[in-house]
Design a protein around this ligand. Structure first.
Ligand SMILES: *[C@@H]1O[C@H](CO)[C@@H](O)[C@H](O)[C@H]1NC(C)=O
Ligand SMILES: *[C@@H]1O[C@H](CO)[C@@H](O)[C@H](O)[C@H]1NC(C)=O
Ligand SMILES: *[C@@H]1O[C@H](CO)[C@@H](O)[C@H](O)[C@H]1NC(C)=O
Ligand SMILES: *[C@@H]1O[C@H](CO)[C@@H](O)[C@H](O)[C@H]1NC(C)=O
Ligand SMILES: *[C@@H]1O[C@H](CO)[C@@H](O)[C@H](O)[C@H]1NC(C)=O
Ligand SMILES: *[C@@H]1O[C@H](CO)[C@@H](O)[C@H](O)[C@H]1NC(C)=O
Length: 905
């Protein structure tokens, strides 16, 4: 069976949590699949399995076979990495060639070419102010959180390790990427390119002008001075100490190579990613790190499969977990989903590097304002309040009164609320104001959008103090120290999992993410053209942190395949568990968002106990693996006594009770936990010896209809050492989870639905001519991922009780799919006229504007194989296979029959 994975493209629409809010008229009648039409990544067998063809390369053999079948094709890229991936990216032009490609000997898999959006980190601030040599260490806090500071103190800095940075990472919403280039002209990144520099090599696979729709124009120079993401990522791994912010990379003596996969704008496709990964392997990188991806939910995309094979071959591969936390569970990102890949969650930094202003004319401690660099004004400036009443919500939302003085000498103090910050600033600028402090109207404190106006947010209490003093006639002044004003403001969310981190598990029940690292509020390098330093947030920032940590590990333990393959286990078993909040009594964060916890690199490198495996996957109730084993090995020099205990994490209520909809993030947690019986809870292990432990799990109490994902840890303690194994299970059967949305929740009309030639709901038999806009469009939403989604044409009078009550820009390039032959089981007994489309391993939709629904437009009257559909009256039969269902069993599919669709060509 050839597999075809599929993802959907973002669409323009907004949805609140109110029901039925999206107008049907907003749906464009073009397929919104997030793949490149008519282009495929074809994997072929190595020649050994093709008899008598040893004189040809596998590629030549493929092309010969296709030509013999009169297939017209273009080769976009060739992959030739024996043992990892052999094949090609091909563009076809005729739907009729689908069958020929499918039947070509030696073809192992045909996968669509997915699009990955560029990373969208949360940009807090581009640092662009004056040089301030006295700014104290700040992002060092991330090193303290993870024990990296203690390794640096031991002189462990990653020397001799090579890290390839194909920058990419993403989510269904935003596949992020780390296959951006690096601005190696940055003084903290070595200032140059090539042997002898920090950035020793790399390649630009795409060129500045590449946007994912045009042809890449590769060149040997991966310099990036437009995007910035890659430079930030590179600084987290490798920035040299001794810069103005006193920050350093985790492994600043490692050598970096940059494989640029994003142009200045647009997205990147799977074939480019596979190419970049294989190139990194060929160049001898020890570690590959990708800060990109997109929500996917399965382990099957080309780049996920190749990344996992590379990891299994003895390289460390770190990939971002995704930034789709708000979309809830079962929404993990690819290629981070690759089974052996280290998928990285983000933890918020404990501090945010901010600035302080000093207050004159009255005794008051310095006021922290939300800027990384000082506002560029010197001297003590008097203040002016636009209102003396701190309860006025729409302060400065209207033009200021004529009585207002010239505001140019003042620091203007304005209350937040009602209108946009830029509107308030425009009103004070109209009176000559040059700088402003906006005080919060509640308990908020964050970066704000102020346009080009020099302004920053301060906390409510500070603003109210200033205004009260001003109203009382006290001559208060404010000074912005240009040197020494930086503070490490404690982040109230510091140390917790960043809310944006995507939740797993994958639909095939692999534990994603793997571990967490600091990724929220991270100060690092930016291109020199963008201010040289800046604060960004995202799993894109957490990912290079783990890559750098792996470099420290390899530099200490040796750059062997065994060390690389053991890295994930070491990092997971020595990680620190993360709470779900700072409130006492709240459960630990679910493993489906924190992975095994916050990485502790010092412990990973210095542990003298090795526990494996690091993860116990209990699967769902239908395939419940209640009995698990793990091994505790004493690698120290003396005998050790161990004690074990169960530490549950919060159980994730992944589906909103009483509905078929996944809970949005933050996913609610309960403290209903699994129980565990261990064969031993204390034992002694001699040096070099191991002890096997059996663990017998029982399900937690709870309602299976909310698909509770339970997780937690078995803690293994000896003296000052504390390690853990992580477990994960589902207290429900995946096969019970409904996939197709049959409600009117999203559009106010029940789904699935067929839209007619003008986009109205087709509620009666309708004939289509397939001329111009006169064709049907299938509109549907998936509330869960499915391994097989299939649309067949069936007789209008088919006797089939449905279990339940669009191709990309079809006007342009053709969009082909590869429906499997329905030759066996009860599935084959359903009589169809012919298949229209099949998509394998597709992700669910979310409730946001980027992936709210799917459209599939049938704008030519042909079957999937390109053969003309005879005129007649039919229905569309839509089927989605339940997760863990048997593809040959009709009863394992959800099915829906459309109203009568007449083909009248
Ligand atoms: C920079 O950080 C190092 C290590 O934390 C510290 O010893 C040093 O004093 C810092 N330098 C400055 C200028 O703050
Ligand atoms: C603060 O102002 C914003 C913007 O107008 C508003 O959405 C928010 O509700 C206000 N908060 C409070 C606590 O008044
Ligand atoms: C606010 O208070 C100051 C100082 O008492 C005063 O000069 C100013 O006129 C007051 N503004 C308004 C609008 O009442
Ligand atoms: C869970 O069980 C299903 C059904 O046997 C299987 O396909 C899947 O691979 C299992 N997941 C893991 C992570 O073992
Ligand atoms: C569709 O076309 C057929 C053949 O011309 C005709 O008999 C039928 O009435 C048409 N149906 C509708 C709903 O127009
Ligand atoms: C294409 O598919 C249709 C419907 O299944 C079938 O009747 C027809 O024979 C196929 N054509 C070819 C060339 O395989």
């Amino acid at each position: 069976m050839k597999s075809l994975a599929w993802a959907v493209v973002p669409s323009i629409l907004c949805i609140g949590l109110a029901l039925g809010t999206v107008p049907l008229s907003s749906v464009r009648r073009v397929s919104n699949l997030r793949t490149i039409p008519n282009k495929f990544i074809v994997e072929v067998d190595s020649l050994a399995s093709v008899p008598n063809k040893r004189s040809l390369s596998p590629h030549e053999y493929l092309y010969e076979s296709l030509k013999k079948r009169d297939v017209v094709f273009e080769v976009d890229k060739e992959f030739n990495s024996q043992g990892l991936f052999v094949g090609a990216a091909l563009t076809l032009t005729d739907e009729k060639d689908v069958t020929a490609l499918l039947n070509t000997p030696g073809v192992k898999a045909i996968r669509p070419v997915k699009k990955f959006q560029r990373p969208v980190p949360v940009k807090l601030h581009v640092v662009a102010g004056p040089d301030d040599a006295a700014i104290p260490p700040d992002s060092e806090s991330t090193h303290v959180m993870t024990g990296v500071d203690r390794l640096h103190a031991e002189g462990v800095t990653g020397k001799g390790v090579k890290i390839g940075i194909p920058f990419l990472l993403g989510s269904q919403a935003n596949i992020e990427q780390q296959y951006l280039g690096i601005d190696y002209t940055h003084p903290s990144l070595g200032g140059g390119f090539g042997p002898g520099h920090k950035v020793i090599g790399g390649f630009d696979l795409v060129g500045d002008d590449y946007d994912g729709t045009n042809d890449p124009i590769p060149d040997p120079d991966p310099l990036d001075q437009c995007a910035g993401h890659g430079t930030h990522v590179a600084g987290i791994i490798g920035a040299d100490p001794g810069n103005m912010f006193n920050i350093s990379g985790v492994a600043y003596e490692a050598s970096l190579s940059s494989y640029r996969v994003f142009g200045c704008e647009g997205f990147v496709t799977d074939d480019v990613l596979v190419d970049a990964l294989l190139l990194g392997v060929k160049d001898g990188q020890d570690i590959l790190t990708l800060s990109l991806g997109g929500a996917d939910g399965w382990t099957e995309s080309s780049s996920a499969v190749v990344a996992s094979r590379i990891a299994a071959s003895g390289k460390v591969v770190t990939i971002a977990a995704g930034n789709d936390g708000s979309s809830g569970s079962w929404y993990s990102s690819s290629p981070g989903n690759g089974i052996d890949v280290i998928s990285v969650a983000s933890v918020d930094n404990t501090v945010i590097p901010l600035q302080e202003a000093t207050v004159g004319g009255v005794a008051h401690p310095p006021i922290t304002y939300f800027q990384t660099f000082p506002l560029p004004f010197t001297g003590a400036l008097p203040i002016y309040a636009t209102s003396n009443d701190t309860t006025i919500a729409d302060d400065a939302c209207n033009p200021l009164p004529d009585s207002t003085p010239d505001l140019s000498p003042f620091v203007v103090v304005v209350r937040r609320g009602t209108c946009a910050f830029v509107d308030k600033l425009a009103n004070i600028a109209a009176k000559g104001a040059k700088v402003a402090l906006i005080y919060d109207n509640g308990s908020g404190f964050a970066a704000i959008a102020v346009g080009d106006f020099p302004a920053a947010l301060i906390q409510a209490a500070d603003g109210e103090f200033l205004v009260t003093q001003f109203a009382a006639g006290v001559p208060v002044t404010v000074t912005f120290p240009q040197i020494g004003g930086s503070v490490q403001f404690p982040d109230p969310e510091g140390g917790l999992v960043s809310a944006f981190t995507s939740y797993g598990p994958s639909n095939d029940f692999f534990s994603k993410p793997s571990v967490a690292a600091p990724g929220g509020n991270i100060l690092s390098t930016l291109p020199t053209t963008q201010g040289s330093f800046g604060v960004l947030s995202g799993t894109s920032m957490a990912t290079p942190f783990v890559a750098g940590s792996a470099a420290l590990l390899l530099s200490v333990e040796g750059k062997t395949a065994a060390v690389a393959m053991g890295a994930r286990t070491l990092f997971e078993t020595t990680a620190q568990r993360i709470a779900s909040s700072h409130t006492d009594g709240d459960p630990l964060q679910t493993v489906t968002q924190q992975g095994a916890g916050l990485i502790n690199v010092f412990d990973a490198i210095h542990t003298t106990t090795v526990v494996s495996p690091s993860q116990l996957i209990l699967n769902d109730t239908a395939y419940f693996e209640s009995l698990q084993t793990f091994i505790v090995k004493n690698t120290g020099k003396t005998a050790k006594e161990y004690t074990l205990k169960h530490v549950p994490a919060g159980t994730a209520i992944t589906v909103r009770p009483g509905t078929i909809f996944p809970a949005t993030g933050p996913v609610p947690l309960t403290s209903a936990a699994a129980s565990v019986k261990l064969s031993r809870t204390s034992f002694t292990v001699a040096p070099g010896q191991s002890q096997t432990v059996l663990a017998q799990f029982s399900l937690p109490q709870g309602h299976a209809s909310s698909f509770p994902v339970f997780s937690g840890f078995i803690e293994i303690n000896s003296g000052s050492e504390s390690l853990h194994v992580t477990y994960l299970g589902l207290a429900a059967s995946l096969k019970d989870k409904q996939i197709i949305d049959t409600t009117d929740f999203f559009f106010g009309v029940p789904l699935p639905a067929v839209l007619d030639s003008v986009g109205n709901l087709q509620d009666a038999p309708t004939n289509y001519t397939f001329v111009g806009d006169d064709f049907p469009t299938l509109l549907f939403r998936l509330v869960f991922g499915t391994p097989v989604f299939r649309v067949d044409l069936v007789d209008a009078n088919i006797q089939l009780a449905g279990t339940l009550n669009a191709r990309a820009e079809r006007h342009g390039a053709p969009f082909f799919t590869f429906p499997r032959p329905s030759s066996s089981g009860s599935f084959a007994k359903v009589k169809i006229v012919g298949p229209l489309a099949e998509f394998d391993f597709i992700t669910r939709n979310n409730e946001a504007e980027d992936n709210g629904f799917n459209t599939l437009s049938f704008n030519s009257p042909t079957f999937a194989n390109g053969t003309q559909i005879p005129d007649g009256s039919y229905r569309l039969l839509v089927r989605a296979l339940r997760v863990t269902g048997d593809a040959t069993k009709q009863e394992d599919y959800e099915s829906w029959l459309s109203p009568i669709v007449g083909v009248r060509v």
